[in-house]
Design a protein around this ligand. Structure first.
Ligand SMILES: Cc1ncc(COP(=O)(O)O)c(C=O)c1O
Length: 412
């Protein structure tokens, strides 16, 4: 039964097997942070790791650190650690570049092997970078057509002319979740490859890329993995496809023999060929430390708590006086929902500003969505209860009528 009292929430926190993980985070005491789906919180591990990388590795060991401290291997070593969270086998995941750049790299490489097929199928309303990057690729190869279609028409849009399907597993606005296995099966039945954007999944929703037969994946590490602002992204290539996939952004560190400084590029074996240039070591250090919070964590327990938190939030919000001004914009069925919840409200922007001024940090997505993220490793049930109490107070206190207060700052 949904607990509707603060005491019941405190009791759930006492019983929570993940409760102790909160100590690994540096969270300001006066905030309830419901935006870890956009920028994850600072971890003690990240803070220490960056201090070490700056003080000892850069400060003292200097250039020797490329070998002595394994800087050169960071894309692969961190790739292995992220890979464990997404059901990748060893040697299938790499941390490098940004999600946008990694999408370009994999989509462009996939386009080289497309034969006579012309279509990339994606979702209309996908995260803008996913659409824009594909549109840019189509400018380079005018035979390529990008078909961005509504979610309910994706299945039929994948046809014998399709070489690549690009979908975001958990939608950034609504948190609506695709069935990974079913969509991969559809793509494969039509002879196409599938690429998943896991930005809103990794670290919050269990993903098994091998079991669901994904071909490629990309994703952010600065959301639920807490890697820090602008942290490097990850990319995944199924082992069976690696040797046939030729990089287009063929940088020197993706070469088979980078330190022989040869004139002509020859791809490194395996996923390493998708490395491009020199890794930003300090950003890698932050991610390295942040990933410690996932050591020994059972993703099924993370998912269980994520569902409990978001179910509690929805139940409490919908019981508020004035809740009839809100419309749930996320799936009601938790099995079809990721780890954030969005409500539409006609005055969503000023309402979110009021919540933020009271220390409840969510975010706003135009035109009218209030978005709240639930990060099971540091969020308590009582935080949800307290946040909803403030939400209710601010909703009642809102002046009625149209607002001229427009969004000024947009972050992803
Ligand atoms: C689904 C999705 N893909 C990609 C990105 C951003 O990619 P990048 O890190 O390259 O800005 C975001 C950012 O929020 C996102 O939500």
């Amino acid at each position: 039964m949904t607990p509707l009292t603060r005491e019941q929430c405190l009791e759930l926190d006492r019983l929570d097997p993940l409760a102790a993980r909160r100590e690994a985070f540096r969270l300001p005491a006066d905030l309830i942070y419901l935006d870890g789906n956009s920028l994850g919180a600072l971890t003690v591990g990240a803070e220490r790791s960056v201090a070490r990388a700056v003080g000892v590795q850069w400060g003292i060991d200097l250039i020797r650190s490329w070998n002595v401290h394994g800087w050169i291997d960071l894309p692969a070593t961190l790739g292995e650690r992220v890979g464990r969270l997404i059901g990748a086998a060893p040697g299938e995941t790499l941390v490098c570049d940004s999600t946008s750049v990694d999408l370009f790299k994999l989509a462009a490489a996939a386009s080289l092997g497309r034969g006579a097929r012309r279509k990339i199928v994606t979702e209309a309303g996908n995260f803008p970078t996913d659409l824009y990057i594909l549109q840019g690729l189509a400018k380079l190869s005018p035979q390529i057509e990008v078909h961005a279609v509504p979610r309910d028409r994706i299945h039929d849009a994948i046809d014998a002319d399709t070489f690549l399907v690009v979908l975001t597993h958990v939608h950034y606005r609504t948190a609506e979740m695709y069935d990974l296995a079913a969509m991969s099966a559809r793509a494969h039945a039509m002879g196409a490859r599938i690429l998943w954007d896991l930005s809103h999944s990794v670290g919050a929703v269990p993903v098994d890329l091998r079991a669901t037969e994904a071909d490629f994946a990309i994703g952010c590490t600065y959301k639920y993995l807490n890697g820090g602002p602008g942290a490097p992204a990850f990319l995944y290539v199924r082992r069976e496809l690696q040797e046939s996939l030729q990089p287009v952004l063929s940088g020197w560190l993706g070469d088979a023999r980078p330190f022989e400084f040869l004139d002509d590029y020859a791809p490194a074996p395996g996923v390493d060929r998708h490395r491009c240039g020199t890794p930003p070591v300090l950003a890698f250090a932050a991610l390295d430390g942040a990933l410690e919070t996932f050591d020994g964590v059972d993703m099924a327990a993370v998912r269980h708590k994520s569902v409990q938190l978001s179910e509690l939030f929805i139940a409490l919000v919908e019981a508020l006086p004035g809740a009839d001004a809100l419309t749930l914009a996320s799936p009601r069925d938790p099995q079809r929902r990721g780890s954030h919840v969005s409500f539409a409200h006609a005055q969503g922007y000023p309402l979110m500003q009021r919540l933020i001024s009271r220390g409840v940090i969510g975010d706003f997505r135009a035109p009218d969505l209030l978005r709240f993220g639930f990060t099971p490793l540091y969020l308590r049930f009582v935080d949800v209860w307290d946040a909803v109490r403030i939400f209710g107070e601010e909703m009642v206190a809102m002046p009625t009528g149209p607002s001229d207060d427009a969004p000024r700052l947009k972050v992803t």
